[in-house]
Design a binder for this molecule. Structure first.
Ligand code: ZN
Length: 282
């Protein structure tokens, strides 16, 4: 079995500072960022790992991506009117995101194969949706606990993932009965409360030791994660040149410029007519 313990502090806080999210959206964004970090760390890649949940509900998109250097970012797209209209206690994925899908992509740049996994959103929570993906698409027993607390002085998000590796015992595929070791790993895991997962006073090693010392736990080097946006004027320009001139005209403000705003970090990129002409010429 392998596992990942993810605990996000400032990376999550910075994502929250950029936008003004309703509490329930902020929570799910934290879970999304923690889940993306956990899943990305189980994949060998040199590029970008992206996790997206999209649907027809009032929270239409949750996205987080993380590069191989630990640069993490995320944002949520939501219907403000819905969340403002009354005190929403809906927490479930079907109520918030609605009918939709969860997708993972690994992009290693031009000239490489793009890996994508996609699954319908099936589950009340984000962790249930991700677990369903691994069970159905990857045939891997996977247990995931996600937690996020956007309030308080220090917003925190966390994830604990345990996965049964295929072939580790010759016959660990899903068609076989889950073995006792796996069951006990999941039961031990579920003894961890969300509050403990987010508690900065409890060192990560202590959590892992408490849960798994009887079976033996080997802890690998921790890897830092930091909020980092990868947007640039050049990337925006590369997108703009794909549009026909009429569409570009439609995008212009009353001042006759195009203002492109990064959804992750809110950085604005402004292009006037001269710059657009130059782009087209280049
Ligand atoms: Zn940005």
């Amino acid at each position: 079995m392998r596992g990942r313990l993810i605990r996000l502090g400032s990376a999550y806080e910075q994502a929250l500072n950029i936008h003004s999210y309703p509490d329930v959206v902020a929570r799910l964004l934290g879970e999304t960022m923690a889940l993306a970090t956990a899943l990305a760390s189980t994949v060998k890649y040199d590029g970008l790992f992206n996790l997206q949940a999209q649907g027809d509900g009032p929270l239409s998109m949750l996205v987080a991506d993380i590069d191989s250097e630990g640069g993490l970012r995320g944002y949520a797209r939501f219907d403000e009117a819905y969340f403002n209209s009354n005190d929403r206690s809906d927490r479930s994925i079907p109520q918030l995101i609605g009918t939709g899908h969860l997708a993972f992509t690994v992009d290693q740049g031009p000239g490489t194969d793009r890996y994508q996994g996609i699954t319908p959103l099936e589950g009340a929570t984000l962790s249930e949706c991700a677990q369903a993906y691994f069970k159905i698409s990857e045939q891997l027993d996977t247990a995931i606990i996600l937690a996020a607390d956007p309030g308080g002085r220090e917003p925190r998000a966390g994830a604990l993932l345990v996965q049964r590796m295929p072939g580790a015992r010759g016959k660990t595929r899903l068609e076989m009965e889950p073995d006792e070791d796996w069951r006990s790993a999941v039961i031990l895991m579920s003894s961890l409360t969300p509050a403990e997962l987010l508690d900065t006073e409890i060192p990560s090693d202590d959590i892992l030791y408490r849960l798994y010392h009887e079976n033996g736990v080997r802890v690998f080097d921790r890897r830092p994660v930091a909020f980092r946006c990868r947007c640039s004027r050049e990337k925006v320009a590369n997108t703009l040149v794909l549009y026909p001139p009429e569409s570009l005209d439609d995008m212009k403000t009353d001042d006759g410029v195009i203002v492109a705003s990064c959804e992750f970090c809110r950085q604005e990129y402004i292009f006037d007519d001269d710059q657009l002409t130059n782009l087209a010429a280049e």
